[in-house]
Design a protein. Structure first.
Length: 476
């Protein structure tokens, strides 16, 4: 690979398209952590330009690195570059330049706006009416609507549009009164002169390290190495990256595969943080952990989820399209756990499971609910739930350990999957009933009665469950 230090002007001075591949994560930068600090840095550089002049010894501001891979371009098309890493920076810079040009246009700073035009949009003779060729940065499908709206001055609630509003507000304030905490106007420079200084600061003194990959470079390995530092990508981000890069290598239409199978995972509910014990994790990564445990018929530790996923794909030899379809199918199953009718038998089961904070059961549940209803009738499925709930609640009341639940429910999963679905309820009940050690037995009626009579079970509320207010399943 070849690395060079480049000005922002050098990135955007000619017609170019920085294409964010489908396997990259969505745009995540926000005001507090990213836009605000970036704006502060740009202001400092612009103040140096005002003080020292455009030819003075202004200190460069390095914004980090981007990793690029040259793509073929044809005829009069703009140069096409795939962004392997750094799309968050490039997208933010494109939004910032659009905000700066917009402010200049609104104030009638025509020369400044014209100067920025080639860095905001490609020439129409290159674009030729194609939206995907209009801007220097073209995000992945999940971000395109919001990004285009932002570049066109939209005022919606997408993250790119919020970024545009933030930068326009800050730029306008800085042009008029200097720094936000400075109560005095700039008595030396006019707002337009300050705009010129800001443009010079951004285009000449903001620099990045541009790493261009060569044909033999391993783009996936470089991506994973670079993202092992700084703001960590989630396991779901890394799995998405690997899956859609594999799809591209296998000759599938990665964007079509994204629209058909992965797009629902970009919904807000999947990025929500889910608490488990003292830890939190994004819901999508947690689901993928359960899905992979189900597929492997074995425990997958959260700390090695991405590595385990890569090993599974390699050892199974399954194509990216099949993997994506399977993840999408069981994603719908996983969502259905939260969609049962209030006060229904299943609603109570999942509510109790959540209160007990026992996520090790979910690979079993994914398998059971993934079986078609014609193969596993609802009555037999409910019998499985009754057995699992009875096992868990009885062990809770008798103060039995939960330490081996991961192993126990992987064994339950194997038992469920080893025969015909029509008999799965009987197999699960017989398997759990056959356990006799303290670590895995299903407490009987006598043990349960003794625990109820001799234990202040109201104290169990401290563990998040009030079993007295629930039905204790006595038999299946």
């Amino acid at each position: 690979m070849k690395a060079d230090t480049v000005e922002l002007l050098g990135l955007f001075e000619t017609d170019v398209r920085y294409l964010v591949p489908i396997f990259q994560r969505n745009y995540k930068w926000d005001q507090d952590v990213h836009w605000g600090p970036l704006w502060t840095d740009l202001c400092n550089v612009a103040e140096d330009v005002l003080e020292l002049g455009e030819t003075g010894e202004v200190v460069d501001h390095f914004l980090g690195a981007i990793v690029c891979e040259q793509l073929p371009a044809f005829g009069r098309d703009a140069k096409a570059i795939s962004v392997i890493d750094g799309q968050q920076r490039l997208t933010t810079l494109a939004i910032f330049l659009a905000a700066l040009q917009s402010v200049c246009n609104e104030r009638g700073y025509d020369e400044d706006a014209d100067y920025l035009q080639p860095s905001v949009r490609n020439k129409e003779s290159v674009v030729r009416g194609r939206l995907a060729h209009r801007y220097q940065v073209w995000p992945n499908p999940a971000d395109r609507v919001g990004f285009v709206a932002a570049m066109e001055g939209g005022d919606g609630d997408s993250r790119p549009e919020r970024g545009l509003r933030y930068f326009k507000t800050q730029i306008a304030r800085w042009l008029d009164v200097g720094q936000e905490d400075d109560p005095f106007d700039d008595l030396v420079n006019t707002p337009q002169e300050r705009a010129a200084a800001l443009i010079t600061a951004v285009m000449r003194y903001v620099k990045l390290v541009k790493i261009d990959l060569e044909p033999n470079d391993n783009a996936q390995l470089i991506f994973e190495t670079l993202n092992g530092r700084g703001e960590r990508l989630t396991d779901a981000d890394l799995i998405r990256n690997a899956l859609f890069r594999q799809a591209d290598q296998e000759g599938f239409d990665a964007e079509q595969l994204y629209r058909d199978q992965w797009a629902p995972f970009d919904a807000v509910r999947w990025s929500a943080q889910v608490a488990h014990g003292r830890h939190q994790r994004d819901r999508l990564s947690m689901y993928l952990n359960h899905w992979l445990s189900m597929q492997e018929r074995g425990e997958v530790q959260s700390s090695v989820l991405f590595r385990s996923f890569k090993e599974y794909v390699k050892s199974s030899g399954v194509g990216a399209d099949i993997v994506a379809k399977d993840i999408a199918h069981y994603g719908n199953v996983f969502n259905s756990f939260e969609e049962h009718t209030t006060n229904s038998r299943e609603w109570w089961f999942f509510r109790r499971l959540a209160e007990m904070d026992l996520i090790t059961v979910y690979p079993v549940l994914l398998y059971l609910y993934g079986v078609p209803t014609e193969a596993l009738p609802a009555q037999k499925l409910l019998r499985c739930l009754d057995a699992i709930e009875s096992f868990l609640v009885r062990r809770l009341i008798t103060r039995a350990t939960t330490r081996n639940y991961g192993t126990i429910f992987i064994d339950v999963l194997k038992t469920a999957a080893e025969g015909a679905p029509a008999d799965v309820d009987t197999r699960i009940i017989e398997f759990m009933a056959g356990k006799t050690s303290d670590a895995d037995r299903w407490p009987g009626d006598d043990e349960l009665t003794s625990a109820v009579l001799n234990t202040n079970i109201y104290k169990l509320k401290q563990s998040g469950v009030d079993p007295v207010s629930r039905t204790v399943v006595v038999g299946c």
